[in-house]
Design a protein around this ligand. Structure first.
Ligand SMILES: Cc1cc2nc3c(=O)[nH]c(=O)nc-3n(C[C@H](O)[C@H](O)[C@H](O)COP(=O)(O)OP(=O)(O)OC[C@H]3O[C@@H](n4cnc5c(N)ncnc54)[C@H](O)[C@@H]3O)c2cc1C
Length: 397
């Protein structure tokens, strides 16, 4: 028998309604008592909060020895995440992010190719992380603990952590991200696959942005489509979750094709270390930035080029595809990025639709023909609006 009702475990992402009515269905049978979670980022925290609220004893073990750092990037928030943050994260609806009113596409000359009303809620990784972290009991969140072994039988699961005694539990949740140790143990044949393109990313504080940048980007989810590439920009809360005008940030993402053979060079930072999943702010080498800058100068419209130039420390991530054949294996469950890592191309449909802003009386219009064409016609690899929350466990960056 599984740990939780199989229909729940296999039922896919939770809907906003399910979240509102309580996470577990009334019929759900909980037969476990102690849950061990490996990984204390968004996936681990969300799972921990849900299991705690369902009456389990939960401990989260996070590899990093201190509070995780914001990589400073944005997330397009979906209804499930917003509901979760208000229901379980202790936030009021207006604290979950910043609302944008319009969506626009700019031409190479910087003129509007399309402009229409399409409200959307945007937030930042840091805001979500801080809300979840304070909603989970601090004494049950253990920093500096790396899972390095696991075994299970019909009575329970045993988790081994570096330099510590093994811990016994009734279930183990693998929330340890793209390079998951847990997944590697259960299904070593499943590996993330490079999708053929990278995301250059960056933020510009609203307080240091020029009038031109503010006029162009502040109230709009803005795109520029280029040959086999696109860039997008949206407003996100400030570094400490500020949502007041003047204290927010402009967040941009530029999808760019890079052959696999060029990846190793790109992923090697100033410190000479080659990274698998992201080159953080401050680590992108000057010569690579200059090379990309020359491309930016050619392909961007004036507003996006100004935004790119105004960014102090751009960073980059390769886009990876990953999907596990199953989430549950005996007493071990995989959640978040360690189980599915769809590239933005696969997520576009999740973020295309307009969101209904609370209190809005109007009915949602469909995307204009022009926007739909833009959305569908993006470069072969990079796709429309990859910005969609992974936090609800269904879509990516
Ligand atoms: C510090 C940090 C900052 C991020 N910033 C952004 C951002 O700004 N924008 C954005 O879109 N996405 C960001 N991400 C990625 C984002 O969190 C994920 O894409 C998504 O939310 C899914 O989260 P996850 O918890 O499944 O995986 P991840 O966020 O990747 O978290 C996995 C966690 O597991 C821990 N871990 C790994 N191996 C072990 C182990 N063996 N034992 C114990 N713990 C382990 C890692 O240290 C990490 O904290 C960030 C991730 C991290 C870790």
């Amino acid at each position: 028998m599984g740990l939780v009702d199989q229909t729940y475990a296999d039922s896919g992402p939770l809907s906003a309604k399910q979240l509102k009515n309580g996470i577990l269905k009334p019929s759900t049978t909980i037969v476990s008592k102690k849950a061990i979670i490996a990984g204390g980022s968004l996936g681990g925290l969300m799972t921990g909060i849900v299991l705690e609220a369902s009456g389990l004893d939960v401990d989260i073990y996070e590899r990093f020895p201190k509070v995780l750092d914001d990589r400073g990037a944005g997330i397009v928030i979906q209804t499930e995440t917003e509901t979760f943050l208000t229901q379980y994260g202790g936030l009021k609806p207006d604290q979950t992010g910043v609302w944008l009113k319009y969506r626009q596409y700019l031409s190479h000359a910087g003129t509007e190719d399309s402009y229409e009303e399409m409200p959307q809620l945007m937030t930042s990784w840091g805001l979500i992380y801080r809300a979840l972290r304070s909603a989970f009991p601090n004494e049950r969140y253990h920093e500096g603990r790396t899972l390095n072994g696991l075994s299970q039988n019909k009575n329970g699961v045993i988790a081994h952590f570096e330099e510590a005694n093994p811990i016994q539990g009734d279930m183990l949740v693998g929330a340890d991200g793209s390079g998951s140790f847990v997944r590697e143990q259960l299904m070593p044949e499943v590996k993330p696959r490079y999708a053929g393109y990278v995301a250059w990313r960056g933020v510009v504080p609203e307080s240091s942005a020029s009038r031109n940048l503010i006029k162009t980007f502040v109230d709009c989810f803005t795109f520029q489509q280029m040959k086999r590439s696109h860039i997008l920009c949206y407003l996100i809360p400030g570094a400490d979750g500020e949502i007041e005008p003047g204290r927010r940030r402009l967040n941009w993402v530029w999808y760019w094709n890079v052959p696999e053979s060029g990846l190793s060079e790109l992923m090697t930072g100033v410190d000479g270390r080659e990274r698998d999943f992201s080159v953080p702010p401050g680590q992108v080498r000057a010569e690579l930035f200059e090379k990309q800058n020359a491309i930016a100068e050619k392909v961007f419209c004036p507003q996006f080029f100004e935004l790119w130039r105004a960014t102090e420390s751009p960073f980059l991530q390769p886009i990876l595809d990953l999907a596990v054949p199953r989430m549950v294996q005996g007493r071990v469950i995989l959640v978040g990025d360690c189980r599915v890592h769809p590239s933005p191309a696969h997520c576009s449909k999740h973020s295309q639709g307009r969101r209904e802003r609370p209190g809005s009386q109007t009915s949602p219009p469909r995307l204009s023909k022009r926007s739909r064409r833009c959305a569908q016609g993006m470069g072969a690899r990079s796709a429309f609006a990859g910005e969609a929350s992974r936090t609800s466990g269904q879509v990516a960056r």
